[in-house]
Design a protein around this ligand. Structure first.
Ligand SMILES: *[C@@H]1O[C@H](CO)[C@@H](O)[C@H](O)[C@H]1NC(C)=O
Ligand SMILES: *[C@@H]1O[C@H](CO)[C@@H](O)[C@H](O)[C@H]1NC(C)=O
Ligand SMILES: *[C@@H]1O[C@H](CO)[C@@H](O)[C@H](O)[C@H]1NC(C)=O
Ligand SMILES: *[C@@H]1O[C@H](CO)[C@@H](O)[C@H](O)[C@H]1NC(C)=O
Ligand SMILES: *[C@@H]1O[C@H](CO)[C@@H](O)[C@H](O)[C@H]1NC(C)=O
Ligand SMILES: *[C@@H]1O[C@H](CO)[C@@H](O)[C@H](O)[C@H]1NC(C)=O
Ligand SMILES: *[C@@H]1O[C@H](CO)[C@@H](O)[C@H](O)[C@H]1NC(C)=O
Ligand SMILES: *[C@@H]1O[C@H](CO)[C@@H](O)[C@H](O)[C@H]1NC(C)=O
Ligand SMILES: *[C@@H]1O[C@H](CO)[C@@H](O)[C@H](O)[C@H]1NC(C)=O
Ligand SMILES: *[C@@H]1O[C@H](CO)[C@@H](O)[C@H](O)[C@H]1NC(C)=O
Ligand SMILES: *[C@@H]1O[C@H](CO)[C@@H](O)[C@H](O)[C@H]1NC(C)=O
Length: 654
C-alpha cells in the first residue's frame, strides 16, 4: 500500500522521499582527496537497484551539476571533474528501478587548487622573500622552506589575504626547497611546484676603518670562507643627494677616497656569492674631520663708539668667518668677514662680552675654543634719588651701582650755576652746606678704566626757602584789617602770616606775593606777628615780625555836663582800648567847632556860648590811627537866668 502510494504520486516523491530517506538513506562521509574530486560513501540500502549522486556548486547557476550512477553493492564513489575550492551540495538518491526509495544530502567542499610560488628573492644571508598565486577557496597559505642537504624545515602560515611573505632565521649560503600549500576547511590543496633558493653569503666580520688622509680611509675586514668578491658601499649620511658609491673587490680591504670634510659616512661591506649577488652589509660609520678651528681671538674695544674690532688667525680651507660676542644674558652680536678681522657694532654698556670666532667652509663650520673676554663701558647710573630734609643743610644723592666701574663722579649745581663735585666709590654722596631757597640739579657718571659712562639724567631738589626779612605790619586805620609786608625770601612759593593776640586769639592770612592782609582783628590790640615761608616740600620756622597795633577802640558812654558854667562843658567817656589820648569835639547849631583833648576819660570844652545847643562826640587816637567817632551826645549851655538861679541856690540855699 505504501509503495503503491509512492509510485502513483511520483510528482511529489522527490520531496516526500527526503523525509522518508531519513529512515533509510545515509551519506556516511564525504571527503576531498584532491582539488577536483570528492569521495562519497553511504550506507547500504537493501532492495536498491542503483544509486545516484548529484553534486552541485552551491549558489551557482553557471556550473553544470555532476551526476554519477553507482551500482550496488558498492556504496562509495570517487567523483571526478569537480571545481576546486567550492562548496558542493551532494545529494544521494536510492532507486528501485524507476522508483526513488529515499534521498540524502550533505554540504561539503573541495580542497583549493594548488598555489604556486611566483617569485622569490633572497634578502640576506638569513631571509628570503616570496610571492605566490591566489587560488579560489583557500583560507590559508602555508609556506614551506626545507633545507635541501639537511634536515632543517620551516613553515609559516599566512591568511588568504596575503600573497607574499618572508622567511627569516635561515642559514647563510644554504639551498632550500620551497613550496606553498593552500588550505581550507576541506583540507590542504596539492603541493605547489618546488622552487630552490640559495640564501646569500653572510657579511664579513671584523670590519674596521682606518683614516689614511684628510679625505681618504682604508676599510678592511676578515675574509669569509669561499667568498671571492666583496662589495663596499659608501654613502653620505647627511647628504642623500650625494648618492652612494658601490665598488667590488676581491681583496679584504678597500681604499676610499674623495671624502668631503665635515661629513658623516656609512661604509657597508658585504660578501658577494657565486651568482654575484651581494649579501647584507656590515656598516661602519666614519666622520671626516671638520675644518680647523681658529686658535686665537683678540678684541680691541673702543669705548668711545661702542665698537669692538675682532681679529683672529686664518684657518686653511675656511671661506669666511663669523665673530660672535655673547653678553651675560646670552644675547649675541655678530659680524662676519672673509678676512681675519671684523667689527662688532652696537655693544651694550655695562656688559661682559665673550667673543669667539667660527670658521666656515661650505656647509662646514668649526667654532674656536679660544675666546676673548672684555667688558664694556659702564651704563649711566639709574635709579637716582636725591633726598633733602627740610630743616637739614644736607642733601643725600644716591644711585644704583653699575658694572665695570672704578668710581663715580656726582655733581650738584645750584641756582647760580655753582657746581660742586663729589668722587666716591660708594653709590651715594652727601652734599652739605646746601643753601636755603636753592634749586639743585644733580648728575652722576661712572668712571671705568677706559671710558666714562654717559652722564645720568638730572635729578632735582628744592631746598627750604630762606627766612623772610623786614616783616612789618600796619593797621588799616579805617577797618579791622592788618596789612603785613615783608621782603621776598629766596625759594619761597608762599607765605603764611599769623597774628597772635593777648587773649590767646590768633588770626592769619597767606599769600604768594610779599604782603597779605589779616582781617577781623579786634580794636585796641597789640598782636605778635609771625611769618612762615614755604615751597612745595618745606616750610621755614616761624619768623617774628614787628608788633602790630590795631585801630584804637571807639570810646563809649559819652556824656556832657554843663553844670553851672555858661561857657564850658565837661565831656566824659569810657576809655576804649588802644588809645593814647582822646579828642572830644562839639559843634553848635551853626557848625562852629570846639574841641578838647585828654589822656584820661574827660576833658573840659571851653569857649562855648551860653544858652546854645551843642552836639559832641569823642575819638581815641594812638597817633597813627584814630578810632571811629563815638556816639554823639547833645547838650545845651545854660542861660544867664539859669546861671543866676544856680548861683543863688549855691550861696543862699533853695
Ligand atoms: C525487499 O523485497 C522483499 C521481496 O521482494 C520484501 O519482502 C522486503 O520487504 C523488501 N524490503 C524492503 C526494506 O522494502
Ligand atoms: C548561498 O546563498 C544563500 C542565500 O543567498 C546564502 O545564505 C548562503 O550562505 C550561500 N551559500 C554559499 C556557500 O555561498
Ligand atoms: C610547521 O612547523 C612546526 C614546527 O616548526 C611543526 O610542528 C608543524 O607540524 C609544521 N607544520 C606543517 C604543516 O608541516
Ligand atoms: C660589482 O659586482 C656586481 C655583481 O657582479 C655588479 O653587478 C656590479 O656592477 C659591480 N660593481 C662595480 C662597481 O663593478
Ligand atoms: C655627523 O654626526 C654627528 C653625530 O651624529 C653629528 O653631531 C654631526 O653634526 C654630523 N656631521 C654633519 C656634518 O652632519
Ligand atoms: C647599512 O647601511 C645601509 C645604507 O645606509 C642601510 O640600508 C642598512 O640598513 C645598514 N645596515 C645595518 C645593519 O645597519
Ligand atoms: C651687571 O652684571 C651682572 C652680571 O654680569 C648682570 O646680571 C647685571 O645685569 C649687570 N648690571 C647692569 C646694570 O648692567
Ligand atoms: C618734594 O618731596 C618729594 C617727596 O618727598 C620729592 O619726590 C620731590 O622731588 C621733592 N621736590 C623737590 C622740588 O625737592
Ligand atoms: C588761619 O585761621 C583760620 C581761621 O581762624 C584757621 O582755621 C586756620 O587753621 C589758621 N591757619 C593757620 C596756619 O594758623
Ligand atoms: C555805659 O552805657 C551803657 C548803656 O549805654 C550802660 O549799660 C553802662 O552801665 C554804662 N557804663 C558806665 C560805666 O556808665
Ligand atoms: C585824628 O583826628 C584829628 C582831629 O580830628 C586830626 O587832626 C588827625 O589828623 C586825625 N589823625 C588821623 C591819622 O586820621
Amino acid at each position: 500500500m505504501w509503495r503503491f502510494y509512492l509510485l502513483s504520486v511520483s510528482v511529489v516523491a522527490a520531496t516526500q522521499m527526503q523525509y522518508v530517506g531519513a529512515t533509510g538513506c545515509d551519506i556516511v562521509s564525504v571527503s576531498s582527496p584532491s582539488a577536483s574530486t570528492l569521495e562519497v560513501e553511504w550506507s547500504n540500502y537493501p532492495n536498491a537497484s542503483h544509486y545516484l549522486l548529484d553534486l552541485r556548486v552551491v549558489n551557482s547557476t553557471t556550473v553544470a551539476p555532476v551526476v554519477v550512477m553507482q551500482q550496488p553493492p558498492s556504496t562509495h564513489r570517487l567523483v571526478q571533474g569537480l571545481r576546486p575550492g567550492r562548496n558542493y551540495k551532494v545529494t544521494l538518491k536510492v532507486f528501485s528501478f524507476f522508483n526513488i526509495l529515499c534521498t540524502d544530502q550533505e554540504l561539503t567542499m573541495t580542497v583549493p587548487a594548488t598555489s604556486q610560488i611566483t617569485g622569490f628573492r633572497p634578502l640576506s644571508s638569513t631571509s628570503v622573500s616570496f610571492e605566490w598565486s591566489s587560488v579560489i577557496g583557500a583560507d590559508h597559505y602555508i609556506l614551506f622552506v626545507e633545507e635541501l642537504f639537511g634536515s632543517q624545515k620551516y613553515n609559516q602560515t599566512f591568511t588568504s589575504v596575503s600573497l607574499s611573505g618572508r622567511m627569516d632565521g635561515l642559514s647563510p649560503s644554504t639551498t632550500y626547497n620551497c613550496y606553498i600549500l593552500s588550505s581550507n576547511s576541506a583540507g590542504k590543496g596539492a603541493k605547489g611546484r618546488i622552487k630552490t633558493v640559495l640564501t646569500l653569503v653572510q657579511p664579513p666580520t671584523g670590519v674596521t676603518l682606518a683614516v689614511t688622509s684628510k679625505s681618504s680611509a682604508r676599510v678592511s675586514w676578515s675574509p669569509v670562507d669561499k667568498v671571492l668578491l666583496y662589495q663596499v658601499c659608501v654613502s653620505d649620511v647627511d647628504d642623500a643627494s650625494n648618492g652612494p658609491v658601490t665598488k667590488n673587490t676581491s681583496n679584504t680591504y678597500m681604499d676610499i677616497t674623495d671624502l668631503q670634510p665635515c661629513s658623516n659616512y656609512t661604509v657597508g661591506v658585504s660578501s658577494v656569492n657565486i651568482f654575484l649577488l651581494p649579501g647584507e652589509a656590515v656598516n661602519v660609520t666614519h666622520s671626516t674631520s671638520p675644518i680647523k678651528k681658529v686658535t686665537w681671538v683678540s678684541v680691541d674695544y673702543s669705548c668711545s663708539n661702542g665698537m669692538a674690532a675682532v681679529t683672529w688667525d686664518a684657518v686653511f680651507g675656511a671661506d669666511s668667518y663669523i665673530a660672535t660676542a655673547v653678553d651675560g644674558t646670552g644675547a649675541s652680536l655678530t659680524c662676519s668677514s672673509a678676512s681675519t678681522s671684523c667689527h662688532i657694532m652696537a655693544l651694550k654698556c655695562g656688559e661682559n662680552y665673550r667673543v669667539y670666532v667660527t670658521a666656515v667652509s661650505d656647509d662646514c663650520e668649526s667654532t674656536s675654543d679660544a675666546s676673548y673676554l672684555f667688558e664694556t663701558v659702564p651704563c649711566a647710573p639709574v635709579q637716582l634719588l636725591a633726598s633733602h630734609e627740610c630743616f637739614s643743610n644736607m642733601i643725600v644723592f644716591s644711585w644704583q651701582p653699575t658694572n665695570n666701574t672704578l668710581y663715580y663722579v656726582a655733581s650738584s649745581q645750584d641756582n647760580t650755576g655753582q657746581v660742586i663735585e663729589c668722587r666716591t666709590g660708594d653709590d651715594m654722596c652727601y652734599f652739605t652746606n646746601v643753601g636755603c631757597g636753592q634749586f639743585y640739579t644733580f648728575h652722576v657718571y661712572a668712571v671705568s678704566s677706559e671710558c666714562n659712562s654717559e652722564v645720568s639724567p638730572p635729578e632735582f631738589v628744592r631746598t627750604s626757602p630762606c627766612l623772610p626779612t623786614n616783616v612789618r605790619t600796619v593797621a588799616e586805620c579805617q577797618s579791622d584789617t592788618l596789612i603785613t609786608t615783608w621782603d621776598s625770601a629766596l625759594g619761597a612759593l608762599s607765605y603764611t602770616v599769623e597774628a597772635d593776640g593777648n587773649m590767646g586769639e590768633s588770626y592769619n592770612c597767606s599769600s604768594s606775593s610779599n604782603s597779605c592782609a589779616v582781617t577781623g582783628v579786634p580794636c585796641g590790640e597789640h598782636l605778635s606777628v609771625w611769618i612762615v615761608a614755604s615751597n612745595d616740600n618745606c616750610s621755614t620756622s616761624r619768623v617774628l615780625g614787628e608788633v602790630a597795633q590795631t585801630v584804637p577802640c571807639t570810646p563809649t558812654n559819652i556824656s556832657a555836663s554843663v553844670q553851672c558854667s555858661l561857657d564850658f562843658a565837661t565831656i566824659s567817656w569810657r576809655s576804649g582800648n588802644g588809645a593814647i589820648f582822646f579828642i572830644a569835639t562839639a559843634e553848635d547849631e551853626d557848625g562852629k567847632p570846639h574841641s578838647c583833648r585828654s589822656m584820661g576819660t574827660s576833658c573840659v570844652m571851653e569857649g562855648l556860648s551860653c544858652g546854645r545847643s551843642y552836639t559832641a562826640a569823642v575819638i581815641g587816637t594812638n597817633l597813627k590811627c584814630n578810632s571811629s567817632r563815638s556816639q554823639e551826645v547833645s547838650f545845651r549851655t545854660g542861660t544867664l537866668h539859669h546861671f543866676l538861679q544856680q548861683w543863688f541856690s549855691t550861696f543862699f540855699g533853695s
